[in-house]
Ligand binder design. Structure first.
Ligand code: NAD
Ligand code: GLY
Length: 360
């Protein structure tokens, strides 16, 4: 097992990464001194696979455990599902010292985290991420939230979990398309922060695709270390944390215009990262060789690297980019790479440049 610390003063916590961790969730919550009552929030796909094991561990450790199951998929990140969760927490008589366990992918983590952040003005929560994307990204760093019709993640809170438990065994049941979508975030960490990690992903892509246990554990742990490092320096995204959004400006807009669900988040940001790399070559000195390496790595992960858009769809894409949270004073800001492992945030990019990158 590997442990990564997120250093945030009184809100610091550990990320545990390894095999067989799900059955230890009860003991670990006991070690944190959490209250006696808890609710596992999970979804209809993950619940039948893992909720029983998690609940047994929590019960064995003496916790009164309830299970709340929501629909699987992005639609669960809605105000109405938040309301249903509040009602169920109240029915289970959860109190200030009680806690929530988010058992699932990024959707469950974002939803359950937001419910925990707001119920009784905030109760503790523990992340048990079961997708690769959630293990390397969404469960770490305290961004929680839900979607509005107007856009993704427009309502939320920065609210840190008390613990993140990444049981790599849960990835065995993850559909391969979802697993590959998680690789998009892993490649992102190499581009934004760590050229050696990028080299390793190039070298070990075949092992990663096979979910080779040691390779996976080391790579997941390195991604968590990078995220912990960035979040430790800039918890609420006043600067540096924005680098985690590499490829997300275009990626989120692709998700929005194609109706959430057509492209998985990881697929959309794969296209977004390749476009951002092309813009970086025009504007920030990224070499054509690095653009080619980046494009090739996403392809090897089985991810899309471009999208064909009609002019009407392109207009919608630009409109969607303008409602993104990364817009400031009406200007769309990008994260651009100087070279693999080194990026700058807050870069102005013209519409022409975005169009050229999408056409290339
Ligand atoms: P997801 O939570 O929808 O999970 C994908 C699918 O896989 C779902 O159908 C789920 O039921 C199923 N699933 C999950 N774990 C499984 C397992 N072990 N075995 C079998 N099936 C399993 O999607 P995701 O990609 O994990 O998360 C995407 C969400 O994360 C988006 O809403 C995105 O906005 C959010 N996100 C948040 C942050 C953050 O910092 N908070 C960062 C990145 C993404
Ligand atoms: N996934 C972006 C962030 O956590 O800031």
């Amino acid at each position: 097992m590997q442990t990564v610390k997120v250093a945030l003063g009184a809100r610091s916590y550990s990320i545990e990464i390894g095999s067989g961790l799900l059955s230890t969730v009860g003991k670990r919550c006991q070690n944190l001194g959490l209250g006696k009552r808890c609710a596992i929030i999970t979804d209809r796909r993950v619940g039948p696979l893992y909720a029983k094991k998690a609940a047994a561990s929590l019960k064995q450790a003496g916790f009164e455990t309830n299970i709340i199951t929501v629909a699987a998929g992005e639609k669960a990140k809605s105000l109405s599902v938040v309301g249903q969760c509040y009602d169920q927490l109240a029915a289970c008589r959860l109190e200030r010292k009680s806690f929530v366990v988010a058992l699932g992918g990024g959707v469950v983590g974002d939803l359950a985290g937001f419910v925990a952040a707001s119920y009784l003005r905030g109760i503790p929560f523990v992340q048990v991420p079961t997708t690769l994307l959630a293990q390397v990204d969404s469960s770490v760093g305290g961004k929680t939230g839900i979607n509005l019709k107007a856009g993704k993640n427009l309502v939320g809170a920065f609210y840190q979990p008390r613990l993140v438990l990444c049981d790599l065994d849960t990835l065995r049941t993850l559909p391969s398309r979802e697993y590959r979508a998680g690789l998009a975030e892993i490649i992102k960490y190499g581009i934004i922060y760590d050229a050696a990690l990028f080299d390793r992903i190039e070298r070990d892509m075949t092992l990663l695709l096979k979910k080779h246990p040691r390779t996976l554990a080391e790579v997941v742990a390195r991604c968590c270390e990078i995220k912990a490092d960035v979040v430790g320096q800039d918890e609420t995204e006043s600067g540096l944390r924005a680098i985690l959004n590499f490829g997300h400006t275009i990626g989120h807009a692709i998700e929005a215009i194609s109706g959430y669900g057509k492209f998985l988040h990881g697929e959309a940001i794969s296209i977004g990262q390749v476009a951002a790399a092309k813009i970086s070559a025009e504007q920030s000195g990224l070499s054509e060789e690095d653009v080619a390496r980046i494009t090739q790595l996403f392809k090897r992960a089985g991810l899309p690297t471009k999208i064909k858009l009609s002019s009407a769809q392109r207009a919608k894409l630009f409109a969607a980019m303008k409602v993104d949270k990364k817009v400031s004073a009406g200007e769309i800001k990008f994260v651009l790479a100087r070279k693999i492992g080194r990026v700058d945030f807050g870069q102005k990019v013209s519409a022409d440049s975005i169009n050229r990158a999408l056409d290339a």
